[in-house]
Structures are given as C-alpha cells and as structure tokens.
Design a protein around this ligand. Sequence first.
Ligand SMILES: NC(=O)c1ccc[n+]([C@@H]2O[C@H](COP(=O)([O-])OP(=O)(O)OC[C@H]3O[C@@H](n4cnc5c(N)ncnc54)[C@H](OP(=O)(O)O)[C@@H]3O)[C@@H](O)[C@H]2O)c1
Length: 325
Amino acid sequence: MKSVHYLKTSTKKYCLEYCSTPVPKIKSNEILVRIRCSSLNINDYERYKPQKTILARLINLFQGRESHPLGGEFSGIVESVGVDVTNFKKGDFIMGMSEGVFPYGCWAEYAVCKSDRVVKKPSYLSFYEAGVVSLSGVAAISGLLVCDIKQNDSLLIIGASGGVGLLTLQLAKALGCRITAICSSRNIPLAYKYGADRVFDYNSIEGLSSVGVFDKIIGINGNYKLKDIANCLKVGGVYTVVGNVKQLFSTIPWLLLSKVIRKDFRISSVALSRCERELSELIRVMSDSYIIPYIDKIYTLENIEEALDYILKNHAQGKVAISVN
Ligand SMILES: NC(=O)c1ccc[n+]([C@@H]2O[C@H](COP(=O)([O-])OP(=O)(O)OC[C@H]3O[C@@H](n4cnc5c(N)ncnc54)[C@H](OP(=O)(O)O)[C@@H]3O)[C@@H](O)[C@H]2O)c1
C-alpha cells in the first residue's frame, strides 16, 4: 500500500516519504480500514519534524515509532475485523482515529484502529467531511464537556477559526451558547458565518478586558495571562484549556494556588487519552444539528509536503483534508 512516513534519514524538506509498505496486520480486537480521507493536523507532524520540541522528544523516547505512517483521523470503509470485534463488519462506512492517540497511521491506504475509537459515518457527511473531524472534534467536544457547557451560557473561544476552534464554535452554537470568538481579522467573516455572535481580531484588542465577561472561556490558542483570563470570568465561571501546551503548563501553579487565593472560578484542561464517550457525543451533537466541518483545502497523500507548506505558512481556516484513493 502507499503511505506517508517520517524518515529521519530522508533528504526531503519535511523528512516525509511517500512510499510502498505492507498492509498492516490486525489483532483480534482491531479493525483494518481502507482509508478514504484523512486530515492534516499540525500536531500530527509536531512530534516528527526535524526541530522537535522537548515534549515531542520525550514522547518519542517512550513511544517512538518513526517508521509508521503519520495521520491521526480518518474516514473509510472496513476491510476486515478481528475475531473479537462484534460491532463493525466488512463494508461499514466508518470514521475515527487510528490506533491510540500515538502512534498515528491514517496517511496511508490502510490503517489499523480499535473499535472504541471509531463510529459509523453519519450518512449526511461525505467521506471528506467525516475524515477531518474525529480528533479535532473530540478535542472540541471535550472542551465543551469539561467546562460543563449549558444552553444560554456566554462563551469566549480564543482561537476560533482553526481546526479545533471552528468545530468548537459550531458545536457550541448547536448547544445554544452565546458566543464571542477571537481570531485574526481575515477570519472574522468565517467566525460570524459559523455561529459567533461577536468576533474580535486578536491583533486589534487591547487585552482581554475589552472583550467582556463570560460564564465559560475555552482557550485553544493565544498567550493571555491567566490573571486577565480570570478577570473575564463571572463568579463560578470556568476556563478550559484545549490546545496550547504553554498555557496548559502555566495553569499548574494556578490550579494549586486557586484553592488558597480565589475560589470563584475553575480552571480545567482536556486530556485526549480516552475518547469513546466524547466521540459518540460529538457525532450525536453534529448529527442533531447537521453540522458540517469547514474544509479549507484538499490535498492528496502524494502532495503532503504542499499541504504542510500551506498549513505552516498560513493558518488553515477550519480543516485541511488529505484525500486517499
Ligand atoms: N487538531 C487537533 O486534532 C487537535 C487535537 C487536540 C489538541 N489540539 C491543539 O489545539 C490547538 C489548536 O489546534 P488547531 O488544529 O485548531 O490549530 P489551528 O488550526 O492552527 O488554529 C489555531 C487558532 O488559533 C488562532 N490564533 C493564532 N494566534 C492567536 C493569538 N495570538 N491569539 C488568539 N488566537 C490565535 C488562529 O486564528 P487565525 O487562523 O485566524 O490566525 C486559529 O483560530 C493546538 O495547540 C493543538 O495542539 C489540536
């Protein structure tokens, strides 16, 4: 089969090789899926790029699988199932994540997944649309679940126009929130179109205090001080960190000190290690409101380098899809 691997020894710009490899074998509790579409999330690549972060090096140390295909989410057709898999059969249209959060493996014609990391593809979604939402959508719905979102909540989404942010916006709208979004000026129309009630350009606002006061804040990007974020929360409000590792680390002292200093707001974060419930909830909310993800561009496995060029130079609007077959 054709697949895209990270190879340390590659002389190519991104050390990614489009190559032929054997179709992977499944264990008794696994599913072999023929991939129709995957996506490019920058965190697919973060861990493998030539200049790695310390976090990426640490993860590789424990879970290094550099010769495996990359790619975290997919849509496709079940090719075969292990003897212990009872809820899926050959020919089912499915979507989900490949085996484990790491290692990935969907930038390939075939991938292996576990049945608790996939769902049947809703018929209203095309393979492209279904192929780009499982991982980023689970991050998005997890943020909303963790901050215990309620109808009519006022919600601020920081970083609302990318893969995770736009889905968070769409899901929050479907759940009846009043949404304020922060993104760059070029994406303001997109954020309004997908459900924001008010949108601010992160380059034009003078600190967060000018944006308002909210029941819930979801942080997907941006470098705001926690003190300023706390000042934008109503009493009893919740700040949930979904992306942004730096922000996540900066919450740790606050998590410890908040018990002593101030008790009228809560900080939480999203962990994507277990996601069966979140994936089902994502599909339920999406299907109830016929939510369709926004696809900025579609590339193929062969031109994955072009896709990386695009996503690294321009922030993608919504999702970048990788068509397979
Ligand atoms: N994609 C996934 O599956 C996934 C899963 C779990 C966690 N995450 C994490 O979630 C985060 C976002 O991922 P993503 O795929 O959505 O990334 P992305 O597509 O690059 O989106 C980033 C968002 O942040 C905005 N932004 C950039 N600079 C900002 C600033 N200074 N202040 C406020 N907003 C700013 C961007 O706005 P403009 O584009 O308008 O500039 C865009 O809306 C990353 O930390 C990632 O590791 C991603």
